[in-house]
Design a protein. Structure first.
Length: 291
């Protein structure tokens, strides 16, 4: 597996990181979209897995991939930006930020903010398209512009997305290299691919479980069509009331979300590293280098 060296001078080519991230994102969304749809139903309605699966199955195959275009654009773009912008920010940060941990956290947070500003409208639209209450009101992706008529409506849930992105990015890039070093070294491409999959899967599972309540509140905010935006505290209270103050019900879907995260981030990390090994080939004896 190959990642760029820890240069702070900014002289390294970064476009392979963007392209590899984009390919990894496209691959992931295509495979995991049906799973994501079931998890979303659990998040917004507080129902168990069987109930959510029954709802999706009842709607049939014609509705299964409704809303795919937005996550396909959003997630592939998000993963593209995550890898590419992280590398860009890491290299462009001033030399005065010499501590690798501080540099990683700062680059991760800057990347998270950039992702949120570009990706929140896509997440907002996807949430509405996946909400059954709007199946008859919103015809398709292009019809969203008639219902979301202001910038604030498109960016609903931004604060929670900022919290999520900065937290998960920092943990991912901080722990990725140490975790990968714990795995046995791979001499073949297949072994390295498997190691990268395991590393990404473990970090994805950890991040998804830690941040799951944030995503529940975010989904609640983004499924609202009203012009008035609820505050973060009001949204948290509303979710608790909706779930009868049962903390357990807030975690409905966490098991499937954990499983999806294992698959998602395993695919993303392994595909990214494979693409990087093709676009920026290095000597086979070179050690894995991470942040």
């Amino acid at each position: 597996a190959v990642v760029s060296t820890q240069s702070t001078g900014g002289g390294q080519v970064v476009w392979p990181h963007y392209l590899s991230g984009w390919i990894a994102g496209m691959t992931n969304v295509t495979i995991t979209f049906p799973i994501n749809k079931v998890i979303f139903r659990q998040q917004i309605y507080g129902v168990n897995f069987r109930m959510a699966l029954r709802q999706v199955h009842k709607e049939g195959m014609t509705m299964l991939f409704r809303g795919l275009s937005l996550p396909l654009c959003n997630k592939s773009g998000q993963v593209c930006l995550m890898w590419g912008l992280y590398e860009t920010y890491y290299q462009k940060l001033p030399a005065s930020v010499s501590n690798p941990t501080q540099r990683t956290i700062l680059a991760s947070c800057l990347t998270g903010v950039s992702e949120a500003m570009l990706g929140t409208p896509f997440e907002r639209g996807q949430s509405l398209l996946l909400t059954p209450a709007f199946h008859g009101k919103i015809k398709n992706t292009f019809d969203l512009r008639h219902h979301l008529t202001s910038i604030s409506m498109w960016y609903r849930g931004l604060s929670l997305i900022l919290i999520r992105n900065c937290t998960t990015n920092s943990l991912f890039f901080l722990l990725r290299s140490p975790l990968r070093d714990l795995l046995p070294p791979g001499s073949s491409r297949q072994t390295r691919f498997l190691n990268d999959f395991i590393c990404g899967a473990m970090l994805g599972g950890l991040n998804s479980s830690l941040i799951y309540p944030v995503n529940v509140v975010k989904s609640y905010q983004q499924k609202q069509m009203t012009r008035q935006n609820q505050s973060l505290i009001a949204s948290c209270k509303a979710v608790l009331v909706e779930r009868n103050y049962k903390i357990r019900s807030i975690y409905y879907g966490v098991q499937l979300n954990f499983t999806r995260a294992l698959i998602t981030w395993g695919i993303i990390n392994a595909t990214y590293e494979f693409c990087m090994s093709v676009l920026q080939p290095r000597d086979k004896s070179e050690d894995y280098v991470g942040r």
